[in-house]
Design a protein around this ligand. Structure first.
Ligand SMILES: Nc1ncnc2c1ncn2[C@@H]1O[C@H](COP(=O)(O)OP(=O)(O)OP(=O)(O)O)[C@@H](O)[C@H]1O
Ligand SMILES: [Mg+2]
Length: 315
């Protein structure tokens, strides 16, 4: 009897079935500039994943590689089980893409653009549905060149979600949108998720990531500084408390975290919130120091973002 040491190659591993995007050690160079410096990324099927980061961090560059438009200089990439550098034609019908800068034919009207899309894209959908969904019905006969920035963004998004693809990659879908249009874009993203689709998006709006994303990553200078669910990345960061001291209080108690003072306000960042807060309050009580505006809170996404920007947080 022969012994089989390897399983049949055609059966995907559980990780492949659950994963929409797997990136390992991705590097992208432009000339002698390293735009992406070895990142790992996992986007699971059916989740909304938000990629945050500073300007020039490498977000668009990373998305371009996933979309098959960009060339990587190192690492491995799997999108829906395919390598976008090799299988872009096979990926295209399964994936909707919104670029940071849309490429339209300026002379076509909004409706003509969607009709052209209907001919080009293999997924069935109707221009009317998208005109209505993205509030472009009133602009249907206007040439794309004459649309406002926000209207163009909405048309771009309509094309990305055309036919409700398996995977949708959106580069700053709500930049330049008014609050109502932003809200409707969020609804469209949530609808995709409810339909079991996977969405990877970039955004500069922290509240957008908080509202939409199952998991987030923050990128800075070509690297991923943190990634995980919001709860995970918040829990991994120091919590903080702050209070205002009356005038003439010169010293502070010894704490395990780091305290900084700005005017009357003292701010403490610590991994030992309960211990340090107890120490601080005991110290204040013993000296009869009256505190005002006492606040204690876990790190917010904004705190973490600022720490990443200041390069205090990195893996
Ligand atoms: N074609 C190119 N040639 C040379 N450098 C480039 C090119 N495209 C991007 N870069 C540089 O690579 C870095 C990453 O750019 P990228 O567009 O990926 O950033 P980003 O994170 O999307 O930023 P933003 O938030 O501003 O959109 C930047 O420093 C940018 O100037
Ligand atoms: Mg970008």
């Amino acid at each position: 009897m022969t012994q089989t040491t390897t399983g049949p190659a055609a059966v995907p591993r559980a990780a492949d079935r659950d994963s929409a995007i797997t990136v390992r050690g991705l590097r992208v160079r432009y000339g002698d500039f390293d735009a992406v410096r070895g990142i790992d990324l996992d986007v699971r099927r059916g989740e909304v994943f938000a990629l945050l980061g500073t300007n020039g961090a490498g977000k668009t560059t990373t998305l371009e590689v996933l979309e098959g438009f960009g060339t990587r200089s190192g690492g491995s990439v799997s999108v829906l089980g395919l390598d976008p550098a090799v299988d872009r034609a096979a990926l295209q019908p399964r994936m909707g893409v919104q670029l940071q800068e849309g490429g339209f034919v300026d002379e076509l009207t909004v409706l003509e653009s969607l009709q052209l899309w209907q001919k080009l894209v293999e997924r069935p959908d109707r221009p009317e549905r998208l005109l209505e969904r993205f509030e472009l019905s009133g602009r249907r006969d206007v040439a794309v060149a004459k649309l406002s920035g926000g209207e163009k963004r909405r048309l771009d998004l309509a094309m990305a979600v055309w036919g409700t693809p398996e995977l949708v990659v959106l580069d700053e879908p709500t930049t330049g949108l008014d609050p109502e249009s932003r809200r409707r874009t969020w609804d469209a993203i949530q609808e995709l998720q409810e339909a079991g689709r996977t969405v990877l998006l970039t955004t500069h709006y922290l509240e957008e990531a908080e509202a939409l994303a199952d998991r987030v990553a923050i990128m800075h200078a070509g690297r991923l500084a943190v990634s995980g669910t919001l709860a995970e990345i918040v829990a991994a960061q120091p919590a903080g408390f702050s209070a205002e001291l009356p005038e003439g209080v010169p010293d502070l108690p010894a704490l395990r975290g780091t305290a900084s003072r700005e005017g009357a306000r003292v701010q403490v960042r610590t991994d030992h919130l309960q211990d340090d807060l107890t120490e601080f309050l005991t110290w204040a009580a013993a000296r009869g120091v009256r505190l005002s505006g006492l606040r204690a809170a876990p790190a917010s996404l904004a705190d973490i973002y600022h720490a990443v920007r200041a390069e205090e947080v990195s893996r």
